[in-house]
Design a protein around this ligand. Structure first.
Ligand SMILES: C[S@@+](CC[C@H](N)C(=O)[O-])C[C@H]1O[C@@H](n2cnc3c(N)ncnc32)[C@H](O)[C@@H]1O
Length: 263
């Protein structure tokens, strides 16, 4: 779960860096990214990753596409310092910039992508318009995001699902990191409304029966509840979770969406 969305302050910077690194190492996230890359259908040229976080995807793109010049942009100077600190010599440029006001001329890029960013934004349509603006005619925009309303749990005891949903709804309301929980399933609509053509979309449902494998995407742990003063409220549910893990019945699913369109 995106328990934190932004780099600000030393502790939070380290937490987000570690969370994003763990997610990048998750085979589930790699499957989502591979789906995105296929749908994006770019072969090289000038590529932009908006809200790049640690810059992992930008570096992967550079390694995969030798003809690409990749720019990784994030509105947080801390994020860009972190990403630049992880630089591996690939053809990636790291820059500070806000999706609402990207510091590039119209039509500058052959491809633009953005992953797990729109869910955190108050005005996702303005962000999509900003990304479309810097794309050349014929270039492709690829968006990836989570639909948090697709989160489903199962396991013994059966109350694990309902109890978990109630707690997550309350936690999200308090944490205020995810402004738009259904974001993933809205991506296609936003691309269509922004005037992109040849719009394609695909859900990628993540299924975990191993809590340790789920954690990089959804870190169900006491710390997420502690951070918003919900530790006592969550204790019973966390005990249920431990039981489901111990007896092997734990299951969680979450759908992420990939969508791409042509300017
Ligand atoms: C959950 S992280 C995702 C990072 C990366 N895309 C990934 O998938 O690993 C969200 C990122 O969006 C960035 N971000 C949030 N609002 C932004 C904005 N208005 N403009 C640019 N980046 C933004 C945050 O700083 C953070 O790095």
């Amino acid at each position: 779960m995106d328990t934190i969305s932004d780099f600000s302050g030393t502790a939070q910077t380290a937490m987000l860096r570690d969370y994003l690194s763990a997610a990048a190492g998750s085979s589930a996230i790699q499957r989502v990214r591979a789906t995105g890359l296929a749908m994006w259908a770019v072969g090289g040229g000038r590529l932009l990753d908006v809200g790049c976080g640690n810059g992992e995807v930008a570096r992967e793109l550079s390694a995969l596409l030798p003809d690409a010049e990749v720019t990784a942009v994030d509105h947080s100077a801390d994020a860009i310092a972190t990403a630049a600190g992880l630089h591996d010599g690939s053809r990636v440029t790291y820059e500070v910039g806000d999706v609402y006001d990207l510091p590039y001329p119209d039509g500058h890029f052959d491809g633009v992508r953005s992953e797990r960013v729109l869910q955190h934004l108050a005005d996702p349509d303005r962000a999509v318009a900003g990304m479309a603006r810097v794309l050349r005619p014929g270039g492709r925009l690829c968006l990836i995001d989570t639909d948090w309303q697709s989160l489903q749990l199962d396991g013994s005891p059966e109350r694990l699902h309902d109890g978990g949903m109630e707690l997550f709804a309350e936690w999200q309301g308090k944490f205020r990191s995810v402004v738009s929980p259904p974001s993933g399933r809205t991506l296609r609509r936003r691309l269509v409304e922004a005037g992109l053509t040849d719009v394609r979309t695909e859900p990628v449902t993540l299924v975990f029966t191993d809590l340790d494998e789920a954690r990089p995407v959804m870190p169900f742990g006491p710390e997420m509840f502690e951070s918003v003063g919900m530790a006592d409220r969550a204790a019973g549910w966390l005990a249920d979770l431990d039981r489901a893990v111990a007896d092997g019945t734990f299951l969680v699913t979450l759908t992420m969406w990939v969508a791409a369109g042509t300017r």
